[in-house]
Design a protein around this ligand. Structure first.
Ligand code: SAM
Length: 451
């Protein structure tokens, strides 16, 4: 059997294992990871190939699932055609769909081509099943009609680009290493300090990463705090800090005169935050309980890992002190960031299984929790201080509706228009960053102030 024939069989076997779960299991990526790790014959290129083919299947599930039923080999050709053209997929794609015209970038053209080539043969379903809007769950229209516009659907179905946040004011020290490695990077047109890598690479192996000159952070995530225009200095609480993507950014924005208290219920995430802060050379302390606040344990900044001299020599941007807290002290803060746990509907291009495993009930549940967290952490904002609420969801239930409910019950808070919008639409409650605007994940941010 040819290599491509055996890869096709392996892919079909993997899809058969995943299929009972892909409309139910929100932890599907763990299953995919386990499947890829379970076959000892796989090298890294095999894993890249099957990961791309599996994620393409999940991205385009309503187009592919009926084909798996009808004609499994044709389904694999569809997957190969829709998959990214990368070194890991090149041979497989060439063998399976060498005769097909190239896959066009616009979704509407992909749909038209498949309707003609595949849909015509599927008399039962007809050509209509390749509608672009079928690639988002229909119920989501009520939550974010804008996401169904072609200009949003295209980026929502694309693979997410790799964005970095520079933690040095000397970008050349980073790009010089990328150039040496043969990688291409370009700066964001809207946010200086955000750098996109155009190659499919592992950036964590670079000196620039290991020495804390860069962090991986989607441009949309970076734009949230940039939109809020946090002033230098001050004492902030990052109430849902997670692994600290925004904590580190906030520390850079506040600068050496400021302090960020980072809190989360997940200890493992805070451990990761500590690692990242040390790498970035950010002054860091950690308290394990309420009684420890005030006698924090300083954690020394990490020593450079690598031997290559140029990135190590570049100075990191001076940042605020980060204090990692397991409980929040009875302090009133100049600002509180609530980057709330959410349905993740803004991240569907990174986690396409969530399109099929999220339900309106999950969204309602997330909105209830978000409202509780907002109420809880808003109490920590001093009079005159700022409250920033953010999600990586595009559902208005988790965004505008949560903020509207909160403001109705807490008249001492008022919404303020985000000081910078980067061209994104703003309503009475906040700014929605749709993926089509700057090719980012989808986000929402609301800026409020306590009277
Ligand atoms: C969207 S993530 C935060 C991402 C993070 N801010 C970043 O930029 O990388 C939401 C976080 O909220 C945390 N969380 C959930 N319930 C919480 C609670 N009751 N108090 C504090 N954090 C909570 C979760 O553990 C998760 O890390």
């Amino acid at each position: 059997m040819s290599l491509a024939g055996s890869q096709q069989n392996t892919l079909l076997a993997m899809l058969a294992r995943l299929r009972p779960h892909w409309r139910h299991d929100r932890t599907l990526p763990g299953r995919v990871q386990a499947l890829l790790a379970s076959d000892r014959r796989f090298g890294s290129r095999d894993r890249r190939l099957y990961r791309e083919l599996i994620y393409t299947t999940l991205r385009y599930l309503p187009w592919i699932e009926p084909e798996l039923e009808r004609d499994a080999e044709q389904a694999v050709r569809l997957i190969a055609w829709l998959a990214a053209d990368a070194p890991a997929t090149a041979h497989f794609r060439h063998e399976l769909i060498g005769e097909w015209p190239p896959c066009p970038a616009p979704l509407a053209e992909k749909a038209a081509m498949l309707a003609q080539r595949v849909g015509a043969a599927d008399t039962a379903a007809g050509a209509g099943r390749f509608a672009p809007e079928a690639l988002l769950p229909r119920w989501f229209h009520e939550h974010c009609a804008d996401a169904f516009a072609p200009v949003q659907l295209d980026p929502l179905l694309a693979r997410a680009p790799l964005w970095l946040r520079l933690q040095t004011d000397e970008p050349r020290s980073v790009t010089a290493e990328f150039e040496q490695l043969g990688w291409t990077a370009c700066s964001s047109a809207v946010l200086p300090g955000a750098l996109q890598l155009l190659d499919e690479v592992d950036v964590t192996r670079t000196d620039a990463f290991q020495n804390g000159l860069i962090e991986v952070q989607d441009l949309g995530s970076q734009l949230l705090l940039a939109a809020a225009q946090v002033a230098a200095g001050g004492h902030w609480l990052d109430a849902c800090a997670g692994a600290g993507g925004k904590t580190l950014q906030l520390a850079a924005l506040l600068g050496p005169g400021g302090t960020v208290d980072a809190h989360d219920v997940r200890r493992a995430a805070l451990d990761e935050l500590a690692l990242r802060a040390r790498r970035a050379g950010i002054p860091l302390t950690r308290s394990s309980s309420r009684s420890d606040v005030g006698r924090d344990i300083p954690i020394p900044a990490g020593a450079p890992v690598s031997d290559r001299s140029s990135p190590r020599a570049a100075p990191k941007r001076p940042a605020a002190t980060v204090r990692i807290l397991s409980t929040i002290p009875e302090t009133l803060y100049d600002g509180v960031l609530v980057d709330a746990p959410c349905s993740g509907s803004g991240t569907w291009r990174r986690a396409p299984h969530l399109k099929w495993t999220t339900t309106p009930a999950h969204i309602d549940q997330a909105a209830g929790r978000q409202r509780e967290l907002l109420e809880q952490f808003a109490q920590r904002v001093r009079p005159g201080g700022r409250l920033i609420y953010a999600t990586c969801s595009l559902s208005r239930r988790e965004n505008q509706d949560v903020v509207a409910g909160f403001l109705a019950s807490r008249p001492e808070f008022a919404a303020e228009p985000p000081p910078a919008t980067f061209g994104a639409p703003v309503d009475a409650f906040g700014l929605t960053l749709l993926p089509g605007l700057h090719n980012t994940d989808g986000f929402f941010v609301a800026c409020m102030r306590r009277n």
